[in-house]
Ligand binder design. Structure first.
Ligand code: FAD
Length: 382
């Protein structure tokens, strides 16, 4: 396995040479970015978070963030698929038993297998931590029937980390996580993804009908799912989505900075759009907003890695601020791009659509503000 530094250099190269050229096609044809995922997998990049013991690079949140930011500048659909794979990798690495890790992680590291999360349910919507489905005991077997409302890489991933209430749970936070393989009897994808943005994500609903659950495939103890979601999945997901948002915003910023320099007016003796003070002012505001979100992201990663007790508040907040910064920067870029941007040239329009997902992906910005407000006021979160 290559060292992390050269892996990240390869990530930048593949983002430019494979993800970027394929991004429009993935978006327009609404196809899963299989070529990009294969290239990332072959280069060992899907093993970034897999512990070295299982053939991965053993990297952490900072490297994950860098890799996702570079990918999302080129193709945000690919970055989001990779992020969900990273979330699955993290929770399997932290909570699976040895046999399950041996079975899955080497294949994750080599890119032969992709993982994802199937948490969200029609019955609890954006409250991703509160499954309504419950594991049933049927004779000697545990079984699960559930309606998972959005699963990134649905039908494309090889392993699905699925949440459900434990048997006989008193409430939604008494949940468990199990890994279910693609092809498991009773696991089916429903329909195709038709999202506004991240069009290559294959984020379709999945239905589980009496799917058999093996104790070997459980992540941690029965009933420990909620804890695993908060401790492991949430920091990876929140920091990952923030990184994707910053990547999309950076791309839009660079595109529009080049465009306002190149756009010239014959009626004004060839003056560039960039020479107008109001345009300079708007570009400055975009740069400041992007820099502030980037600094908040770096600070959040630092606090999580230092096990700072104040990290959780930033883990909740960083996705909100990065999503807001991304929406603001990309909307302004669209505006400054005028008819050129509206006419789908330069990729800004794709950035604009991709930027919308972060605020609604659970926990949504609204739900996060609800949590942050309660935390600031010393009220219980759940
Ligand atoms: C592109 C994409 C990929 C996804 N991938 C996955 C995946 O891989 N795995 C997975 O498990 N899920 C995934 N999801 C699902 C996602 O994380 C959310 O669960 C889902 O978008 C929430 O959908 P909903 O429409 O049911 O929300 P609803 O629950 O119907 O919420 C609607 C609105 O109400 C607001 N709201 C709800 N409760 C409150 C509150 N207490 N305070 C204030 N406002 C509130 C929300 O902010 C939201 O804007 C994905 C979603 C998208 C868009």
């Amino acid at each position: 396995m290559a060292d992390v530094h050269s892996l990240l250099a390869t990530n930048e190269k593949l983002s430019q040479e494979v993800l970027r050229p394929g991004a429009d096609h993935v978006d327009q044809s609404r196809r899963f970015p299989r070529e990009s995922m294969t290239a990332l997998g072959k280069a060992g990049l899907l093993g970034l978070l897999v512990p070295a013991l299982y053939g991965g690079a053993g990297a952490g949140l900072a490297e994950m963030s860098r890799s996702l930011e570079a990918q999302s500048q080129a193709c945000a659909s690919t970055a989001m698929v990779t992020l969900m794979h990273f979330c699955a990798t993290a929770v399997i690495s932290a909570k699976a038993g040895d046999a399950l890790k041996q079975r899955l992680l080497p294949a994750f590291a080599s890119g032969e297998q992709i993982g994802t999360l199937a948490f969200s349910e029609a019955g609890s919507g954006g409250h991703f931590y509160a499954p309504v489905s419950e594991i049933r005991i049927n004779g000697a077997q545990k079984q699960l029937s559930a309606n998972k409302s959005f699963v990134t890489s649905a039908g494309e991933a090889d392993s699905y980390v699925v949440s459900a209430r434990k048997p006989g749970a008193a409430g939604p936070t008494e949940s468990s996580l199990y890994v279910i393989p693609r092809g498991a009897r009773g696991l089916a994808t429903q329909g195709r993804f038709d999202g506004l943005g991240l069009a290559g994500n294959a984020s379709a609903p999945m239905v589980l009908t009496d799917v058999a659950l093996d104790d070997d495939a459980r992540l941690g103890l029965e009933g420990s799912g909620f804890q695993s979601m908060l401790e492991v999945v949430l920091p990876h997901f929140q920091i990952g989505v923030a990184s994707v948002s910053i990547g999309i915003a950076t791309e839009a910023f660079q595109t529009i900075a080049a465009r306002v320099g190149a756009r010239r007016y014959e009626h004004a003796a060839g003056a560039a759009l960039a020479s107008i003070p109001r345009v300079q002012f708007l570009v400055a505001e975009m740069a400041l907003e992007l820099n502030a979100a980037r600094a908040y992201l770096a600070e959040t990663i630092r606090k999580v890695l230092a096990a700072d007790p104040a990290a959780m508040l930033d883990v909740l907040g960083v996705k909100v601020k990065a999503a807001d910064a991304c929406l603001n920067v990309v909307s302004r870029a669209m505006n400054l791009g005028g008819g050129w941007a509206f006419g789908r040239r330069g990729g800004l329009e794709r950035n604009f659509r991709d930027a919308q997902a972060a605020a609604v992906m659970a926990p949504s910005s609204d739900v996060l503000k609800d949590f942050i407000g309660k935390a600031c006021l010393g009220l219980p979160l759940f």
